[in-house]
Design a protein around this ligand. Structure first.
Ligand code: ADP
Ligand code: ZN
Length: 728
């Protein structure tokens, strides 16, 4: 196939509408080509689509309608179509839903919006008013280049009428300019910091890999502060030198601002930014520029993987172990895995950077599929913080206090020295449980299988599952006794009370995602803390992610055992990663750090591994357990989540599915359940889960598709397939 279709020829068009299949249309006047964005009639509507291939057949050719118009947008490249198709197959997502991810550019196909710009005209008067002369001076300084009205008014310090007056005289020319101005170029040859020690070899290896081109994945492992970012920015520099495009994925918007500033220092300009906080206009511009190859460097959220890069040369997944890379709603995909797939199709390098890699990436490196590069010591600091456990069994704390004496003394000492201490507790709100002291009733959410969490700042109880809130009840909703409702257990807000009482003169800051209205407010608070605006920081897991607090020398973990309960096979891995990340916040550069972990089971193997046991031995032991259990990364898994307002229906349907396991048995896969899902009720819908386990090489997706297609779903029942579920 040439990819060109003459007027009237039948072509297959994929639309963004949930029909699940490619539809046949006739090429419009002037013909069309593979990858063209088009507008096609669908019923009474006109919808967005892409010319996906030749005709699919199965339609009456006489009834195939012509394509409405070919949009004025850069056509989708073969590479992107291949990526969407492969991603759809892997995640068992209908193609239209994948296409929607790739067309999140507002106004796709509309002519670029224009705006008025100004430059010096021919009839420049010799004499003019003071204000007019200032305008002319500014334009002269631009040497014939066009300036926007906003810039011109700001620089000349005049009102718009002055400029309009000059336009009338012919001294200034007004014209239209496309809004989509190019991004300022980045200069890869500006001198970055000189790499040192292990950084040199890692940097050289990555630069060489990018220079050589072709696909390859590298796991870049090194403790926080070891210089991973500096090293991968060298690879980005090489990519830019080659004239190719680089993409860096970050797990959180709050981290982007810091990153952008750092890139500006390194390359003289900022990368383009892509995430949910970016304006529509800006997104549109970015999408166009990326497609035109004029945005050389993009930093953003996981959805940036679906941008139409013209010549992708490098993808970096920073903090690759981060759980937020898994999209848990809509299309269920893991950005790390999709980054590797995207790069394999584009034929480019991927760097997965982390201090505490996922077991998946660790195992891929062990198996030789990924190259592994280790950065040893932290830059300028001898080693990891000194980590110790505080055995809480000996502490005899009253039931409403959580800071042990040894931890309190350590905080006192740091604050007295003008340094900062971080108290880490991964629980938002005031108290995780509200209980009636008369009857034992615990307040739960009306719509979810979850306890309501008291939030004192909001003065309400909040469901962390669905966000529903209700006032704190005076009387028990169950036994109606008044005045006996009591908080049980600590959240960061309650810990803040204890800190205020125990350290009355210290300046305290609480960092919890729910306490900030916007990413900007959070960023400002983080900036203020970094600059020394607090003595004691109380934080949830947002503090574990990459933020730089130069004065922080002590980390106290309030409850190191928190993640170890439950039956999830990933609990050990997650706890290890989180504790190591948090501890890594202590001590940068010249100030050595200390991390104290409060635990009721300090002899637990995971706690011991965190405390500086042999890290590789920990990963090997974890790997062995997973291998024996036959679960990822040594086996394959999928979760099937069924949900319905009708609890009997959802269990019956699940049981019937489990009975008809023929297609699964044929590939040697097993099905477990139905069992209540990890969260058994959300927003009034009952949820059950089936887990499917298969051997590593088994054709799981095909079998799953055949399996679930056997049963027709009732209208109010939803079925979602989660390949590689995050908990099992
Ligand atoms: P990581 O990404 O591993 O946390 P960074 O790249 O952020 O580490 O490095 C930590 C700090 O040390 C940063 O402020 C960085 O600029 C600095 N740094 C790292 N390597 C060097 C180097 N070779 N020369 C100068 N400063 C460095
Ligand atoms: Zn709820």
């Amino acid at each position: 196939m040439t990819g060109q279709f003459a007027e009237g020829a039948l072509v297959g068009v994929l639309t963004t509408q949930p029909l699940g299949r490619v539809l046949d249309y006739r090429a419009p006047e002037g013909g069309c080509a593979l990858g063209d964005f088009v507008e096609v009639p669908l019923g009474p509507r006109r919808v967005l689509g892409v010319v996906w291939g030749g005709p699919q057949g199965g339609f009456d050719p006489a009834k195939c309608r012509p394509i409405g118009r070919v949009l004025d947008a850069p056509p989708m490249r073969d590479e992107m179509r291949a990526f969407l198709a492969r991603a759809a197959d892997y995640t068992l997502t209908p193609l239209p839903a994948m296409l929607r991810l790739a067309t999140r550019a507002p106004g796709l196909g509309d002519p670029p919006a224009t705006r008025r710009v100004y430059r010096l005209g021919g009839d420049v008067p010799a004499r003019a008013t003071e204000a007019r002369l200032r305008v002319l001076d500014v334009l002269r300084a631009y040497g014939g280049a066009a300036v926007t009205l906003a810039e011109l008014l700001a620089e000349a310090g005049v009102g718009a009428s002055v400029v309009k007056g000059l336009v009338k005289t012919g001294a200034v020319v007004e014209e239209d300019a496309p809004r989509d101005l190019p991004y300022p170029p980045l200069n890869p040859d500006r001198q970055g910091p000189r790499l040192m020690g292990d950084q040199v070899m890692a940097g050289d290896a990555l630069v060489a890999a990018v220079a050589m081109g072709g696909y390859g994945t590298t796991l870049l492992k090194g403790v926080t502060g070891s210089g991973k970012t500096e090293v991968y920015l060298e690879a980005v520099a090489e990519c830019l030198r080659q004239g190719r495009q680089a993409l860096v994925l970050l797990p959180e918007i709050a981290l982007t601002a810091e990153f952008l500033e750092r890139v500006e220092v390194r390359f003289g300009a900022r990368p383009a930014e892509w995430h949910s906080g970016v304006t529509m206009t800006e997104r549109r511009r970015l999408w166009q520029m990326v497609a035109a190859g004029q945005a050389g460097f993009v930093a953003g959220a996981r959805s940036a993987l679906f941008l139409p890069f013209r010549d992708l040369g490098l993808v970096v997944v920073d903090e690759e172990h981060d759980t937020s890379y898994k999209q848990e709603e809509g299309v269920l995909y893991h950005a790390r895995d999709m980054a590797v797939l995207r790069a394999a199709i584009a034929g480019c390098q991927v760097i997965l950077a982390s201090a505490t890699p996922s077991l998946e990436s660790w195992a891929n490196a062990e198996a030789g599929k990924y190259t592994r590069l280790d950065l040893g010591a932290r830059f300028g600091v001898a080693e990891l913080p000194d980590m110790r456990a505080i055995d809480m069994r000996g502490e005899k704390l009253p039931s409403d206090r959580w800071i042990s004496e040894p931890l309190a003394r350590a905080v006192d000492a740091r604050v007295a020295a003008g340094e900062q201490a971080l108290l880490f507790l991964n629980r938002r709100g005031y108290a995780p449980v509200t209980i009636c002291r008369a009857c034992g009733h615990q307040v739960g959410c009306d719509d979810c299988d979850a306890r309501m969490v008291e939030h004192r700042f909001l003065k309400r109880l909040v469901c962390h599952q669905c966000g529903a809130t209700k006032p704190m009840p005076l009387a028990c909703p169950s036994c109606k006794v008044e005045g006996r409702m009591a908080p049980v257990g600590p959240g960061v807000e309650r810990l803040a009370e204890e800190v205020a009482a125990r350290f009355p003169t210290a300046r305290v800051a609480v960092l919890s995602s729910d306490l900030f209205g916007s990413a900007r407010a959070l960023k400002e608070q983080i900036g203020a803390i970094a600059a020394g605006g607090a003595d004691i920081i109380i934080g949830t897991q947002i503090v574990a992610k990459g933020h730089n607090f130069p004065l922080l020398t002590l980390v106290g973990v309030i409850d190191a055992d928190l993640g170890l309960q439950g039956s999830d096979l990933r609990a050990a891995e997650r706890t290890f990663q989180l504790m190591r990340q948090v501890a890594g916040r202590a001590g940068r550069r010249d100030k050595p750090g200390v991390a104290l972990l409060q635990s009721y089971q300090p002899e637990h193997p995971v706690i011991r591994a965190i405390l500086g046991g042999d890290e590789e031995a920990f990963w090997r032991a974890e790997a062995d357990e997973r291998r024996i259990a036959g679960v990822p990364p040594y086996g394959r898994m999928a979760g099937i989540i069924l949900s319905s307002p009708d609890v009997a229906q959802v269990f019956d349907f699940g049981a019937e599915l489990a009975r008809r396991d023929g297609p699964l048995r044929r590939i040697g896969a097993q099905v477990f359940g139905p069992a209540p899902a990890p969260i058994a009720r959300v927003r009034g819908r009952h949820r059950v889960r089936l887990l499917v386990k298969a051997d590593k090489g088994a054709p799981l997706q095909a079998a799953l598709a055949e399996w679930v297609a056997q049963l027709k779903q009732p209208a109010n029942l939803r079925l979602a397939i989660d390949i590689d579920p995050q908990s099992f």
